[in-house]
Design a protein around this ligand. Structure first.
Ligand SMILES: Cc1ncc(C[n+]2csc(CCOP(=O)(O)OP(=O)(O)O)c2C)c(N)n1
Length: 344
């Protein structure tokens, strides 16, 4: 690796360092999700599997710049990379998918609703924008208690969610209260099978920011460096009291909505266009071309991720599901929160 300290950006982020860090989580997420999709196809997972293929750069770029134990992070179904970057152990994800009673949701909730509120990760309510209000409420509560400091809260949504009333209400209130909120909008061009053209009439979703009286920026979601810089600016501005920040990532979902969906409705021209590029392959190529890491190191990272994922899935798959006759089936994250349960 080259001397990374000499390549700071204007905002003080050490780009090669942040890039390597985010790349590591992108590799882990892709490896995990490919494995879990296989396990799903083998009929060994109850419920659906939704992956973030093609969105890992945008997802990780935000979460690597948040501080666990201090900031708030509300990931959605395509944020395995961000979850990992924010500190979620792979075993937690594996246990949730495999229905282990030792998982963070005690084996009783859908694969995507896991969370750990005590660690600043509220459990997802809906993919369609509900979490912006939740994060805003958490920030507001901290402000009322005098505990806000330079905390930032981040909520992730997709392009389809921006058409819902809950997103409008939440953004409006957060703007009025000037909350230190970053809203990451992954514009993957489709809300399930509904294309952008049937979703909104503005040219770019960033235009919405003007109407709310907040700031917004658009980044190339296939380019990790652009994502890192876009989020870095947004987080700094939110912390500096400039109110909510929208960050829109332009990219393509390189999978179906879920693994049950073959995404036949995505036209070949879009797949072959610039936004159809695979952010992971692009990032790997850049890492090596810039001399920020070596091919051998990248191979080693991938090998390590494969081993970690394999072990986690084997371990979780061998654990017992909850017993419906003796377990308390109350809401899972609150039980974990109440009893301060930890997993081995
Ligand atoms: C309130 C509500 N309505 C509908 C759904 C079903 N649903 C889940 S995801 C989704 C599409 C979301 O599209 P988008 O926001 O673009 O996110 P993406 O799936 O592309 O990441 C829909 C309609 C839901 N979960 N909640």
């Amino acid at each position: 690796m080259t001397d990374i300290a000499s390549q700071n950006t204007d905002d003080g982020m050490i780009l090669p360092e942040a890039f390597n860090n985010a790349f590591r989580w992108m590799v882990l997420a892709r490896t995990f999700e490919e494995k879990i999709a296989n396990v799903y196809r083998a009929g060994k997972i109850v419920g659906g599997v939704y992956v973030g293929r093609g969105q890992e750069a945008f997802s990780a770029a935000l979460a690597v710049q948040l501080q666990k134990g201090k900031d708030i992070y509300a990931p959605l179904i395509r944020d395995m990379a961000g979850r990992a970057a924010f500190g979620e152990p792979v075993i937690d994800a594996a246990r949730t998918y495999m229905g282990s009673a030792r998982g963070s949701m005690r084996g009783r909730d859908g694969n995507i609703h896991r969370g750990s509120p005590r660690e600043g990760v509220p459990a997802m309510i809906s993919h369609l924008g509900a979490m912006i209000s939740v994060v805003s409420g958490m920030l507001f509560a901290r402000r009322l208690r005098g505990e806000l400091g330079d905390t930032v809260g981040a909520a992730c949504i997709g392009d389809g969610a921006t058409s819902t009333g809950s997103v409008h209400e939440a953004l409006n209130m957060a703007a009025v209260e000037k909350l230190p909120l970053v809203v990451a909008i992954a514009n993957n061009q489709f809300a399930y099978s509904t294309p952008n053209t049937r979703q909104f009439a503005c040219k770019d979703l960033v235009d919405r920011a003007i109407g709310y009286g907040i700031e917004g920026t658009t980044v190339d979601g296939t380019d990790l460096a652009d994502c890192l810089q876009g989020f870095q600016g947004a987080i700094s501005r939110a912390k500096a009291g400039k109110g909510p920040q929208l960050v829109i990532g332009t990219l393509l979902r390189l999978s179906g909505h879920g693994e049950h969906d073959d995404s036949h409705y995505i036209p070949d021209e879009i797949r072959a266009s610039e936004i159809g590029k695979d952010c992971l392959a692009v990032a790997r190529e850049k890492l090596i071309a810039e001399g920020w890491n070596t091919e051998d190191d990248c191979n080693a990272m991938e090998k390590q991720a494969a081993e970690e994922v394999e072990n986690a899935i084997l371990k979780a798959g061998g654990e017992q599901p909850p017993d419906p006759y003796s377990h308390d089936w109350n809401a899972c994250s609150s039980e974990r929160f109440r009893d301060n349960l930890t997993d081995q």
